[in-house]
Design a protein around this ligand. Sequence first.
Ligand code: OOG
Ligand code: NI
Length: 454
Amino acid sequence: MSAAHVSSDDIRDQFSKAMSAMYQQEVPQYSALLSLVAAVNEEVLAASPTLRETLAADNALARLGVERHGAIRVGTANELSLLRRMFAVMGMQPVGYYDLAAAGVPVHSTAFRPVDDAALSRNPFRVFTSLLRLELIDDPELRQQASEILDARRIVTPQAEALIERFERQGGLTAEQAEQFVHQALETFRWHEQATVDLATYQRLQQEHRLIADVVCFKGPHINHLTPRTLDIDEVQRRMPQVGIDPKAIIEGPPRRRCPILLRQTSFKALEEPISFADAAQGHHTARFGEIEQRGIALTHAGRALYDRLLGEAKQAAEADNAAHQARLAAAFEAFPDDEETLRRDGLAFFHYHAVPGAQVEEPVDDDDVERLMAQGALTVTPMIYEDFLPVSAAGIFQSNLGDKGHDGYARGANQQQFEQALGVPVIDEVALYAERQQASLEQALAQLQSARD
Ligand code: OOG
Ligand code: NI
C-alpha cells in the first residue's frame, strides 16, 4: 500500500456502515434491534465500571458500537472465489471451516474477517459465508437446472470487479476508488423483489430444500441478517417482545457465566416478503431475519473439547423452553471453570498478556517465568475475544428459519478440501490464530519488562 492508498481497515469500516444503513432501510426490525442493543449495552456499562475499564484498556469499547456480523449464501465455486477477492480488499480473510450438512443444511461455510489485533479493534466486521452443495440435490435434472441458472448470473458488478483487479494490481485503492468500491460492492448484497425464475421452478427448488431456492432464484446473495453484539443477551432476549420483535425460543451456545466463553446467539424469525416471479406470478419468500450475539473468551483446543462435550451432554435431553434449556446448560457447565485464573492456568482459554507499567523485575525474563511474573503482579492478562462462529449454534439459527420441514441430514459429510478448492485458498485455522496472537502479546510484554530492567 502506498501513501495514496486508503487502508483496508478503513474500507471495511466504511463498507460495514454502508451495509448496516442499507439493511436498516430494508428491514426496520433490524433498526429497532440496534437501538435495543445499544440501550442494554449502555446499561451494562453503567452498572459495571470494572467491565467498562477492562474494555477500554483493551481498545474494545470503541469497536462495540460498530461491531456486527452478516451472513450470505452463494451458489458456485466461482462466486465464492470472487467474493474472497472482494473481501480481501477490505482486509477480510477466510477463517475456519463449518460443515452444516450433518445438521440437514446443504452448505459448508467459512467466515471472512480481519485477523490481526489492530484490524480487529478498528472494526471486526465478519461475514459468515456459505456455499451451497449442489451435489447434495438428489434429482439429477433439478441439479442440472440449478447449476445452469447459477452459471448464468453475475453477482458482482463490472465496476466492482474492475476495482478488485485494480486493488490486486496496485496493492491498494485511492480514497475515490475506495468510495466507488464500497458503493459497487454493496450492490452484490442488496435484496431483490424479483426472482430470476418462474414460480414453478422456485417451487420445485423450494421442495428440495428452502435454502436451495433462496440461493438459486435471485440475482445475488442478499445479506440475510446483520447481527449486533450485546453485552447481555439474556436481557435483550427478554426485552425483544417489548419492541415488537419475536425472538426464537432458545439462546444458542453456552449458558450465562461470570466469565463468558465463545459465543451466545439468538435470532428472530425470517420475514415473509412479497416476490414477483419471472412469469409475472406473485408470491412470497422468507429469508431475512435478525440476530444478536454476545461474545466471550476464545478457547484453546482443550477448552473447546470440554465445551463440545458439555454441550452434547446438555443437549441430550429434549429441547424445552429457554429457561429450562438454560438451567440444564448451567448444570452441565458447572464442570467448566468459571474464573480467569483457572481458565488460563489450565490452558482452556486465550488471553492477551500485558506488562504492568513500572513493575520491577530482578532477573532476566523469558517464557518460563510467566507464572512467577503473574504472581508478582508484573504481568496481567485480559481475555481474548472469540471472533468466530459455532457450527451447532449456526445450525440452530439456520433451522429456526427453515420452518418445521427440516431435512434429516445429508449422508455425504464434511469436505473441507473441496470447499478450499472452490475458495481458491486454504482457510485459516482459527485456533492457530488465537495462539499466535497470545504468544505475540506475551513476547511483547516480556520484552517490555526486560527493557525496563536494562
Ligand atoms: C447463516 C446462519 C449462521 C451464525 O451467526 O451462526 C449464522 C445463514 O443463515 O446463512 O449466521
Ligand atoms: Ni449470524
